[in-house]
Design a protein around this ligand. Structure first.
Ligand SMILES: CC(C)(COP(=O)(O)OP(=O)(O)OC[C@H]1O[C@@H](n2cnc3c(N)ncnc32)[C@H](O)[C@@H]1OP(=O)(O)O)[C@@H](O)C(=O)NCCC(=O)NCCS
Length: 217
């Protein structure tokens, strides 16, 4: 896989990078052999992050990254997912799964899919999981991952993108709303913990009459 992804520092300066050129910072290894081992280790209490750190972004290109997705999401999201669910997303839509890395450490992930809407031929993107490790939050990493996923879904002709989030998840709601998502629906007791959800939607383009025709279903 060889496509353009972003590298940014946490002050927001970004540059475009070919995935084939992407390396974890301070590493001489090639992206295809990038297999960090320290992801599950917590930062030590006295280990401080510099104010400005360089974050690189890469996509799913190696089976070993399935465990990385699972570890980050299991740790950071309240909803439990089975291995089957992780496999379903990343093996069907590997090009819609992106990682944020700090050096050799994976610190964030977004997992998406793109399918036709249930009752039409409208190509609909879906953000299934988004998580950034606690010490790395509030550095625009989540925003960068969502923007990357939106761009990838636009490239694949998505007409809209949807997701659900807990209605008390202020961080996620603020992040998505700042990118243009709107609250479409409240879903009662949607999550296994009994919490309600909001379905958020980002409209990208008008659908063609053919796409919206129920005759196509
Ligand atoms: C939601 C999450 C991915 C955000 O990641 P992040 O990298 O910290 O987000 P960003 O730095 O890009 O934040 C973008 C904006 O979102 C809002 N935001 C982020 N964290 C926030 C918080 N804790 N409280 C209120 N607003 C917050 C802010 O407006 C922020 O912009 P600002 O820093 O200029 O104020 C992260 O908090 C996380 O992993 N949470 C646990 C998992 C989760 O809830 N995932 C979403 C499921 S749908």
């Amino acid at each position: 896989m060889n496509k353009t992804l972003e590298t940014s520092n946490t002050s927001g300066d970004t540059k475009k990078t070919q995935t084939s050129d992407l390396k974890p910072s301070n590493s001489s290894s090639n992206v295809n052999s990038f297999s960090p081992t320290a992801i599950q280790e917590e930062l030590k209490p006295n280990e401080e992050l510099h104010d400005e750190i360089e974050i690189t972004y890469t996509d799913f290109h190696d089976e070993s990254q399935l465990k990385i997705v699972q570890d980050i999401v299991d740790k950071e999201l309240s909803e439990p997912y089975s291995l089957y669910t992780y496999r379903y997303f990343v093996y069907n839509w590997p090009d819609l799964c992106f990682f944020a890395c700090h050096g050799e450490r994976y610190v964030g992930v977004i997992v998406c899919k793109l399918e036709h809407h249930q009752t039409s031929w409208i190509p609909q993107g879906y953000i299934a999981m988004l998580a950034v490790e606690v010490p790395y939050r509030k550095r625009k990493i989540g925003t960068a991952l969502v923007k990357m996923a939106i761009e990838a879904m636009i490239d694949r002709c998505a007409a809209e993108i949807v997701l659900e989030t807990e209605l008390n998840n202020k961080a996620a709601l603020t992040l998505y709303e700042s990118l243009g998502f709107i609250r479409e629906k409240r879903l009662m007791r949607y999550y296994m913990n009994g919490v309600d959800a909001f379905r958020l939607k980002l409209w990208i383009r008008d659908v063609t009459p053919q796409e919206s025709s129920e005759d196509n279903v």
